[in-house]
Design a protein around this ligand. Structure first.
Ligand code: PLP
Length: 339
């Protein structure tokens, strides 16, 4: 039986490793990474540290664990991090920092640009007084729901963090999308942060893996927390090989995903949908007047999968072709008749 071909827009995590990536995995030299002896993991860590302009890197199974390990390294029990209300590190990681680290979140609403207003952050920093948690860390996300944080804002964050003695962590799950959108090296986006987490399993197309970046001291401590949280893998070069392949082959092509997301947005706007301006590979659609479960089912009947659990979000990735873009926009146009 031939399995159904889905046009899967739920996330850029759904891509499958290509034949060439599988070959790189098969060819990988491996060793025990808990002993620091996996040459492929070591190569991936060195490669990404170099690209990001950081001293050291640490390979982890998932982005959630990478962010958790960063929080555990920056903060102790009774410390606080300031974070976006809709941030992955606050809302979508099972409350891990609080549950496992005794770290208190102080969430604030994101502004329209995907950042946190620094006056509001300043007002949320707790005074040094036994009544309060100790505010230690400021946490940002880039891209944030597809939005790219502006370069001058990153500079302001650095100055602000320094002035207020806060550490600065970036959840850069899709940081390469931001770098490609701005046509800058990723190091221009990482240089202002003390620690940065990057996912290899989103638009870059690896089956698993994230990398945490920072100073040698920071990563030394993070390596301990990775072990504590059960993330010390053994012959992990099998996975790291896919990450290296992704970094060597799949970065510039992210621009194609951005072009296709923009094309979908324009066509949907022309069909009468309200669509948020697209900056990278995510299209947020306001389906005003359409019942979301009905629309989702209609799209499924056209072999299109979407995720509208929170908001209707369409994510482009390496398995979405120009032909698919045509089919997607046609299905959405036909769905208008459902109203
Ligand atoms: C996907 C994602 C993560 C990490 O998710 P995992 O599925 O645990 O790898 C972190 N932050 C953001 C913004 C993400 O989109």
């Amino acid at each position: 039986m031939i399995s159904r071909h889905w046009i899967d827009l739920r996330s850029d995590t759904v891509t499958l490793p290509s034949a060439a990536m599988r070959q790189a995995i098969a060819d990988a030299s491996v060793g025990d990474d808990v002993y620091g002896e996996d040459p492929t993991v070591n190569r991936l860590e060195a490669m990404l540290a170099e690209m990001a302009g950081k001293e050291k890197a640490l390979f982890l199974p998932t982005g959630t664990q990478s962010n958790l390990v960063a929080l555990l390294t920056h903060c102790g029990r009774g410390d606080e991090y300031i974070v976006g209300q809709q941030a992955h590190t606050y809302k979508y990681e099972g409350g891990g920092a609080a549950a496992l680290g005794g770290i208190q979140p102080q969430p604030l609403d994101f502004n329209n640009a995907g950042g946190l207003d620094l006056e509001r952050v300043a007002a949320a920093i707790k005074p040094h007084d036994n009544h309060f948690a100790r505010t230690r860390l400021l946490c940002l996300e880039n891209t944030m729901q597809g939005k790219v944080l502006p370069l001058d804002y990153l500079q302001q964050l650095r100055t602000f963090a320094q002035d207020n003695a806060l550490a600065l962590h970036l959840d850069g799950a899709r940081l390469f999308n931001a770098a490609v959108a701005l046509s800058v090296d990723v190091s221009a986006l990482t240089c202002h942060f003390d620690s940065v987490s990057i996912c290899l399993s989103k638009g870059l197309g690896a089956p698993a893996g994230s990398v945490l970046l920072g100073s040698a001291d920071f990563i030394g401590e993070a390596r301990r927390w990775r072990k504590v949280t059960g993330g010390g893998m053994r012959q992990a070069g099998i996975l790291a090989a896919a990450g290296i392949f992704a970094l060597e082959n799949n970065v510039p092509r992210l621009a194609d995903d951005h072009v296709r997301a923009s094309a979908i947005a324009s066509a949907l706007t022309a069909s009468g949908y309200k669509v948020e301006p697209v900056q990278t590979n995510m299209v947020y659609v306001d389906c005003n007047g359409l019942d979301l479960p009905v629309l989702e089912e209609f799209l499924r009947s056209h072999d299109i999968r979407v995720n509208s659990a929170y908001r209707m979000r369409l994510v482009t990735h390496m398995e979405i072709s120009d032909e698919d873009v045509g089919l997607i926009t046609e299905a959405f146009r036909a769905a208008r008749e459902l109203v």
